[in-house]
Write a protein that binds this ligand. Structure first.
Ligand SMILES: NC(=O)c1ccc[n+]([C@@H]2O[C@H](COP(=O)([O-])OP(=O)(O)OC[C@H]3O[C@@H](n4cnc5c(N)ncnc54)[C@H](O)[C@@H]3O)[C@@H](O)[C@H]2O)c1
Length: 257
């Protein structure tokens, strides 16, 4: 069977909204899905980069558009979902790769940083899933994939806000999965390890923080955005039709070490 034609692992023709789609992980995922025939809407706070990426995808022969999205705002989430439905007639999948990373010793962690982290990373994931869920439950079909983290399960010092947000993403994923299972809507997450992107820059900033992060990954390397492509395709496609509520760690063993 030629590669890409296996219906278990096909995203061809699927209508997919990618939040944080201009980011270090979101953009390569948007490219990978578009290259495999998905029709994508690139949604991001950074409207300019989202638009540039959509233009690139179209130039490469894909179907794509872009929209400004702020996951802090429920109306903005609804608008991005509605644009995708208007554009492509339905919403088959959502990939939420938006997020921020703030770390500080707990004794120095200001309320504003705690609240901003939870507002974007978990409340944002919920708002977007809720707005997507309204459409997907009605159409009785859809797959939502959120970017969680190894921090959903491991306890790193200085990570109180980020780890709380990512643990909550994994658990909200379970709750929504149970709530919408009978409506044909699946909800899952992917937990990456440290992957060099703008978000991870503080970890890679000094030789000692880089080395200590690397030492905790059993496979001995950082993640690469391409490591997430197969898991994302799996969770969006037919092959995972009986998989819901799961966080799949794509992390070189970090979460079990
Ligand atoms: N890179 C890593 O090491 C790593 C590891 C584990 C999990 N993750 C998670 O993966 C996701 C993507 O991370 P990344 O490395 O691509 O980060 P990134 O900073 O490169 O990209 C994040 C994107 O989210 C967008 N964004 C930020 N706030 C937003 C908001 N309020 N509404 C909409 N969009 C917003 C940004 O504009 C950016 O394009 C995040 O949830 C992150 O926590 C990343």
């Amino acid at each position: 069977m030629p590669s890409g034609s296996d219906p278990y692992f096909s995203v061809a023709g699927l209508s997919i909204l990618i939040a944080g789609g201009a980011g270090g992980l979101g953009a390569p995922l948007a490219k990978a899905l578009s290259a495999r025939g998905a029709r994508v809407v690139v949604a991001d706070m950074d409207e300019g980069r989202a638009g540039t990426l959509a233009d690139e995808l179209i130039a490469a022969g894909g179907e794509a558009s872009s929209v400004r999205l702020d996951v802090v705002d429920g109306a903005s989430c609804a608008a991005a979902v509605n644009l995708t439905v208007r554009q492509y007639g339905r919403l088959d999948g959502v990939v939420n790769a938006s997020g921020i990373y703030r770390v500080a010793p707990a004794l120095e962690l200001a309320d504003a940083e705690w609240e901003r982290t939870l507002d974007i990373n978990v409340s944002g994931a919920f708002r977007l899933a809720r707005e997507a869920g309204r459409v997907m439950v009605e159409q009785r079909h859809g797959s939502i994939v959120s970017l969680a983290s190894v921090s959903s399960t491991v306890a790193n010092p200085n990570y109180a806000a980020y780890a709380a947000s990512k643990a909550a993403v994994a658990h909200v994923t379970r709750v929504l999965a149970v709530e919408w299972a009978r409506h044909g809507v699946r909800v899952n997450a992917i937990g990456p390890a440290v992957t060099p992107t703008p978000l991870a820059a503080p970890i890679l900033a000094t030789e000692s923080s880089r080395a200590s992060a690397l030492a905790r990954i059993p496979m001995g390397r950082f993640g690469a955005p391409d490591d997430l492509v197969a898991a994302t395709i799996f969770l969006l496609s037919q092959g995972s039709s009986f998989v819901t509520g799961q966080t799949i760690y794509v992390d070189g063993g970090r979460s079990i070490s």
